[in-house]
Design a binder for this molecule. Structure first.
Ligand SMILES: [Zn+2]
Length: 47
C-alpha cells in the first residue's frame, strides 16, 4: 500500500551530513550520507 510506504519514510530519523553535520533534505538523502554542498566539494577535491 502506498500509505504504508509514506509512513515508513516519515518515520525515518533525520539524516545528517557526515562532512558538515547539516541536516540532509529528505528528497536527497536516499543513497548518500553527504549533503548536496559537500558532494559538490568532494567531487571537486577528488577530481
Ligand atoms: Zn555537508
Amino acid at each position: 500500500m502506498v500509505q504504508s510506504i509514506l509512513d515508513f519514510f516519515r518515520n525515518l530519523p533525520d539524516k545528517y551530513c557526515v562532512e558538515c553535520g547539516e541536516k540532509i533534505e529528505e528528497q536527497f538523502d536516499c543513497y548518500s550520507n553527504t549533503c548536496c554542498k559537500c558532494l559538490h566539494v568532494k567531487s571537486h577535491d577528488e577530481g
